[in-house]
Write a new protein. Structure first.
Ligand code: TRP
Length: 333
């Protein structure tokens, strides 16, 4: 499509405030992957309205998330960073793919079941067909790889099935994408309950470090993190609290768990927690600073939004026209 680099697609929803888990598990990997792939990183706002949102709040969060992609280190001149809602091809392809996806397949999606339970008063058709829109996102750009968390793997499997089904009928139209599961920091856990994922929607603010937390708050949250009985810094399943803190430390510093055990050999929990807090502060500080600067630079951000949505539309419409022709829609002359 562009050069000989493979194509990568991923996206995040602008819900809640991003946590250290989102940063270490996704964004940081996205930055690394952007050297190797031609990347499309979308703020998937169409997905966001499957749950009721306050419009002003959604708009603000979506813009903040887009700015955060750049602040985290993604070069918007090289990577296509854009809003899903600015490319109508997502919704158009989703409609077509809806006609190639079975009710039974969507009924099996565990995220649909979870979300229907959580939002029992608003089980809308969009929530049900959410995975089809996600398939459209990916297939629209002929993505070869999709970095996703384990919770999205079922949706990616469905994407592959739908792509193959379509290709079997109409010939090779879609690239069948492969998942990419990050190696480091893939699962940072709650600071208050290390059996749970660190989540944007956790009700306990001490459970998560938010990307925009100030240094004092970060240090305090690390100090208050639940730890296990004993006093040694060891990377063991029986010590899930310390294990999680070691994972955080390693995700921030690039060190290995064994190195970290050695580094803190003979030191206590208190000292280790303080060190974790410090490396998190050091890592987030430049991201926060860039975020503040970029947020003020409205013209620059607006230009990025405009140029990248044009670029995304260009590639999206290539695939869309092909698909429309294949299924039998009339030529445009
Ligand atoms: N559903 C994903 C999530 O909630 C977000 C998403 C939407 C996505 N479209 C995508 C992720 C396409 C990867 C590729 O995390």
């Amino acid at each position: 499509m562009f050069n000989d680099q493979k194509i990568l697609f991923s996206g995040m929803q602008a819900t809640g405030t991003l946590t250290l888990g989102n940063y270490a598990g996704a964004l940081k990997n996205w930055v690394t992957l952007s050297d190797e792939y031609q990347c499309f990183y979308s703020v998937v706002d169409l997905h966001s309205i499957t749950i009721r949102r306050d419009p002003a709040d959604l708009r603000k969060r979506a813009r903040d998330l887009l700015i955060l992609y750049i602040a985290a280190g993604l070069d918007p001149e090289k990577n296509c960073i854009y809003y899903q809602s600015h490319v109508s091809g997502h919704a158009e392809l989703a409609w077509i793919l809806n006609c190639f996806t079975y009710m039974g397949e969507l009924n099996r999606m565990t995220q649909f079941k979870d979300k229907s339970r959580k939002h029992a008063d608003n089980i809308n058709a969009g929530l049900f067909t959410y995975p089809v829109l996600m398939a459209a996102d990916i297939l629209l750009y002929q993505a070869d790889v999709v970095p996703v968390g384990l919770d999205q793997m079922q949706h990616l499997e469905l994407t592959r099935d739908v792509a193959q089904r379509f290709n079997n009928i109409y010939g090779d139209v879609f690239t069948v994408p492969e998942p990419y599961v990050g190696k480091t920091g893939a699962s940072i856990k709650s600071l208050q309950d290390p059996s749970k994922k660190m989540s944007k929607s956790d009700e306990n603010p001490n459970a998560s470090i938010y990307l925009m937390d100030d240094p004092d708050t970060i240090i305090r949250k690390c100090k208050r993190a639940v730890t296990d009985s004993g006093s040694e810094i060891l990377y063991r399943d029986e010590k899930p609290g310390i294990k999680n803190l070691i994972d955080i430390y390693c995700a921030m510093t690039g060190k290995k768990p064994e190195e970290t055990e050695k580094e803190f050999d003979g030191k206590g929990y208190g000292e280790f927690k303080a060190a974790v807090g410090e490396v998190v502060v050091d890592q987030l500080r430049p991201v926060q600073q860039r975020f503040e600067e970029l947020s003020k630079n409205k013209d620059y951000i607006n230009r990025i939004i405009k140029e990248n949505s044009e670029k995304a539309n260009y590639y999206a419409s290539k695939t869309l026209r092909k698909v429309q022709r294949k299924v039998g829609f009339p030529d445009r002359g």
